[in-house]
Design a protein around this ligand. Structure first.
Ligand SMILES: [Zn+2]
Length: 233
């Protein structure tokens, strides 16, 4: 399960990994905490349709918006329980969520909400119709900027898909006569070129074209050290 504050966050931070996992035969769903209705361009309705199309590009099994107000993400009980319900229903082995430091307060708050929902979903006495469940791992992806990742995934073979999934959010990353210029869609520092440069840099650190960086709060267990060396069992 990949979780974002806004409908394009997962695509920007982990679209390559999501595409790669799906290509490997895994089922992936995305939770958009908000509809991103405060964006300069695009209505909530347009953004919902773009998120659906991006999901098709990636090959998602499901995508759900929790309809928390944009700029209103908190760890209050109501929002916490909405996310706990989705986690218990889908029982993901892995949760992807925004890194805990970011220029956008919604990304920071999303990270906190996911951390708390991950914990509460495993508590028997936190009320819900569904049985308790706690995902094995949380991997944090980067949206605005990045610090040194704990590990980098080679997403070169899926990079075209990532790009198409980002561009499906046309009101955010595209330009039309009616759209307002923002840091997302205009200038040499537009977000798509920044993301591509970052992913290219991460790729260069591990000797491939494009990489996505992730970090974790817990140590990563390596069950098969030979796989790290590229040796098949
Ligand atoms: Zn965002």
């Amino acid at each position: 399960m990949a979780i974002g504050a806004h409908p394009d966050d997962v695509e920007v931070g982990a679209g390559g990994l999501v595409a790669k996992l799906i290509k490997s035969g895994l089922r992936v769903g995305i939770v958009d905490l908000t509809a991103g209705e405060l964006a300069t361009n695009g209505t909530a309705e347009e953004r919902r349709e773009e998120a659906r199309r991006a999901g098709e590009v990636l090959g998602l099994t499901w995508r759900q918006c929790l309809a928390i107000p944009d700029r209103g993400i908190t760890t209050g009980k109501e929002y916490l329980m909405r996310l706990v319900e989705v986690i218990r229903k889908s029982r993901p082995g892995l949760i992807l969520c925004p890194y805990w430091e970011d220029r956008h307060p919604d990304h920071v708050n999303a990270s906190r909400l996911v951390q708390e929902a991950w914990f509460d979903s495993g508590l028997t006495r936190v009320g819900s119709r569904l049985p308790p469940f706690r995902a094995g791992q949380i991997w944090y992806y980067y949206i605005s900027g990045a610090v040194e990742p704990k590990f980098i995934v080679d997403v070169s073979e899926c990079y075209h898909t990532k790009r198409l999934a980002i561009l499906a959010h046309q009101t955010q990353f595209g330009k039309s006569p009616n759209s307002t210029e923002t840091f997302l869609n205009a200038g040499p520092g537009s977000l798509l070129s920044v993301v591509e440069s970052r992913d290219r840099y991460f790729g260069s650190l591990i000797g491939c074209m494009y990489g996505e960086g992730f970090t974790t709060k817990s140590p990563l267990a390596i069950h098969n050290p030979l796989a790290l060396l590229g040796v098949k069992e």
